[in-house]
Design a protein around this ligand. Structure first.
Ligand SMILES: CC(C)(COP(=O)(O)OP(=O)(O)OC[C@H]1O[C@@H](n2cnc3c(N)ncnc32)[C@H](O)[C@@H]1OP(=O)(O)O)[C@@H](O)C(=O)NCCC(=O)NCCS
Length: 137
């Protein structure tokens, strides 16, 4: 069965945790906190997903106004499915939902630093973060 992509299907916190755990992002996201995962899904407004049949194999979760800026918070592809163009296609699907004047912005995980320049992102030398008050990451 060919892979299917969607920007309209929703997923539940268990599915989200599974795909995060199936790649290195699992160590950098609150996979043991279903309440936080639920809020991440409920309050994000653009979710691109990749499916092998009923199995979720990739996700791109963004928060956006669709017109000016889009923060791509989590891009994750199940390790068994990596290097098949799924990450690139999830970003393409995300961008296709955005207006022409909308920028895509993200903070890269260390292991993906060399990925984004390959697929058309340019490095910004002036990104700034105020870390969360709590210690769950
Ligand atoms: C990074 C990630 C999303 C890429 O998804 P993917 O589906 O494997 O990547 P694609 O198949 O779209 O790759 C496109 C190109 O980038 C390359 N690439 C993939 N992962 C890469 C990485 N981590 N670093 C550098 N290049 C990478 C591929 O080899 C491919 O190159 P090619 O076109 O020359 O063959 C995926 O590997 C992943 O989930 N990694 C773990 C979680 C993570 O770090 N996510 C990013 C959080 S910011």
């Amino acid at each position: 069965m060919p892979l299917a992509f969607s920007t309209t299907r929703s997923i539940n916190p268990d599915q989200f945790a599974s795909v995060l755990r199936a790649c290195s992002l699992g160590g950098r996201r609150p996979v043991d906190h279903p309440d936080i995962l639920a809020a991440m899904l409920e309050n994000a407004n653009l979710l691109a997903t990749a499916w092998d049949g009923h199995n979720l194999v990739g996700v791109a979760r963004s928060v956006t106004d669709f017109a000016y800026c889009c923060y791509l918070s989590d891009l994750a592809v199940d390790e068994r499915y990596q290097n098949r163009g799924i990450g690139k296609e999830l970003i393409r699907q995300t961008q296709a939902r955005l207006g022409d004047n909308c920028k895509l912005i993200l903070l890269s995980a260390p292991g993906a630093r060399d990925y984004y320049p390959k697929i058309g992102f340019s490095r910004h030398d002036s990104a700034w973060v105020i870390e969360a008050r709590g210690n769950i990451s």
